[in-house]
Design a protein around this ligand. Sequence first.
Ligand SMILES: [Zn+2]
Length: 262
Amino acid sequence: MGGGGKKKMNMRGVYEAEEIERVVIKRIIKTLYDLQDIRLRLELRTKVTKYTLCPNNHLIPLKKEWERRPPERITCPLCGAEAKIVSVESPKIIQESLQLIEEKEKEIRRRLAQFVKDQILYREYLSKIRGVGEVVSAFLITYLDPSRFDKVSGMWKYCGLHVVNGKAPRRIAGQKTDFNPFARVMMWRLGEAFRMQGRSYRYIYELSLQESQEKHPDWSMAHHINHARRVTVKLFLSHFYEVSRALLGLPRRIPYPLIQNR
Ligand SMILES: [Zn+2]
């Protein structure tokens, strides 16, 4: 490919091409998670291979505790009749579908890795943060383009990290949400990544967890974890907002949590 045509492209053309690429990347990210959902379901389906079968033709997945150590007398969980254990081989078509999905997932990951490598936000910043991988980086760069948000609070709200009547917003069936549900799931995933493999953000998570436990002794552990994860991700987003705007040469504002903490 010669670069002649590209060189003649004016700045407006460059912006348009970038915008189109972003739309494409957004669709690809969503597709990756859709494929992941299907893969997990197929994996579960291929795992069920042993059943009990009774004279009344009740074919029931084998009890977990029987898998390793079947009792002397096997009975049907449904009718109690004497039963035997039978194996059902996972159909080839499911195995093949699984394989196809795995290949496509890998391909998509490569495509996203290729996209982020060309992005200054990834090269100079996101690639250096433990817990933020290539896929999440692609998400941040496209869905959370910092030039689109006046303030970090807008970004929080878009991700459903804001507070409504002192609580996290809920999705109510039949009502339009004022945040992007996909973005909220992505923030949950990012929070989990920080919790499991983060370095500085894991430290922030642990501090938030401790603080939450001291402040709200009546909360359940799940509630504490949820809260600490949110606090961590919100703080990360305020850093992301600040650093990205600086890297992109956008006007800077000092984010609220930074003022508060110093
Ligand atoms: Zn039976």
